[in-house]
Design a protein around this ligand. Structure first.
Ligand code: AP5
Length: 210
C-alpha cells in the first residue's frame, strides 16, 4: 500500500504517520523530518532550507525535487509533508510513473486553525529520539524529559504562534488546492483530525479496509 498524508501544520500527520507506518509496515518518508536532519547536520542542503523553514513558508520546489528524487524506491511507503502544492503533486506523479508505482490513497486530516494553534504552541519534541508530546494532550511523565530515552524535550522554532499562523496561511494558499485535486482523482480519504489521536487512527483504518 502506498499512502500520502495531507493536512495543515499540526493536523497530526507526524502522529498518525508513526502509528500507520507501524501498523501497515510502511516505509515512512517525512519530508519535514528529513529537512530538519539536514539542518542539524549542517549540510549545504540544510543551510539552503533553514531560512524558509524558520519563516514557516514552503521550501522552493526545485530543492524539494532534489530531496524527493531518490526517496521513493518500492511499494509500501507513507509520505508525510509532500506534495504541498499542485506542482509537487505532478512531481510525485512523475516519480511514481518512472518507478512504475501507484498511489492508493491520500489521507486528508481536516483541522481548524484554532486546533492547530493550540496543538503546535504546546507541542514538545525529544531532542534525541524525536518522540512527540503535548504539554496538555500528551504530557511526558516527568516535565521536560522524554519518557522513551530521558533526553530533553524542546519546542520547534516554527511552533511560535506568529509562525504557526503564517504556516496556516501557506497551507490555505498552496496545499488546500490538493484536496480538490485528489478528490477528482478518487484518491482522497478525509478524517476529522480534531478528534483524539486513537479515534483518528481508527477512522483511517476503517476507511483503508473498505
Ligand atoms: P513539517 O515538519 O512537515 O511541518 P508541518 O507540515 O507544518 O506539520 P507539523 O510537523 O508541524 O505537524 P503535524 O501535522 O505532523 O502534526 P503532529 O503529529 O506533529 O514541515 C516543516 C517545514 O518544512 C515547512 O513549514 C516547510 O518550510 C518545509 N517543508 C516540508 N515539506 C515541504 C514541501 N513538500 N515543500 C516545501 N517545503 C516543505 O502533531 C502536532 C501536535 O499535536 C503534537 O504535539 C501532537 O502530540 C498533537 N496531536 C497530534 N494529533 C493529535 C490529536 N488527534 N489530538 C490531540 N493532540 C494531537
Amino acid at each position: 500500500m502506498n499512502l500520502v498524508l495531507l493536512g495543515a501544520p499540526g493536523s497530526g500527520k507526524g502522529t498518525q504517520g508513526e502509528v500507520l507506518s507501524q501498523h501497515y509496515n510502511l516505509k515512512k518518508i517525512a519530508l519535514g523530518d528529513i529537512l530538519r536532519e539536514e539542518r542539524s547536520e549542517g549540510t549545504s542542503l540544510g543551510n539552503k532550507v533553514k531560512k524558509y523553514m524558520e519563516e514557516g513558508v514552503l521550501v522552493p520546489d526545485d530543492i524539494i525535487k532534489e530531496v524527493m528524487g531518490n526517496k521513493i524506491q518500492d511499494n509500501g511507503f507513507l509520505i508525510d509533508g509532500f506534495p504541498r502544492n499542485i506542482n509537487q503533486a505532478k512531481m510525485l506523479e512523475d516519480i511514481l510513473a518512472e518507478k512504475k508505482l501507484e498511489l492508493n490513497a491520500v489521507i486528508y486530516l481536516d483541522v481548524s486553525e484554532d486546533t492547530i494553534v493550540r496543538r503546535l504552541t504546546g507541542r514538545r519534541i525529544c531532542s534525541k529520539c524525536g518522540a512527540l508530546y503535548h504539554v496538555v494532550n500528551m504530557p511526558s511523565k516527568e516535565e521536560g524529559k522524554c519518557d522513551k530515552c530521558g533526553a530533553e524535550l524542546i519546542m520547534r522554532k516554527d511552533d511560535k504562534e506568529d509562525t504557526v499562523r503564517k504556516r496556516w496561511e501557506v497551507f490555505m494558499g498552496n496545499t488546500h488546492a490538493l484536496i480538490d485535486y485528489y478528490s477528482k482523482k478518487n484518491l482522497l480519504m478525509k478524517a476529522d483530525g480534531n478528534l483524539d489521536k486513537d479515534r483518528v487512527f481508527n477512522i483511517i483504518r476503517e476507511n483503508l479496509s473498505r
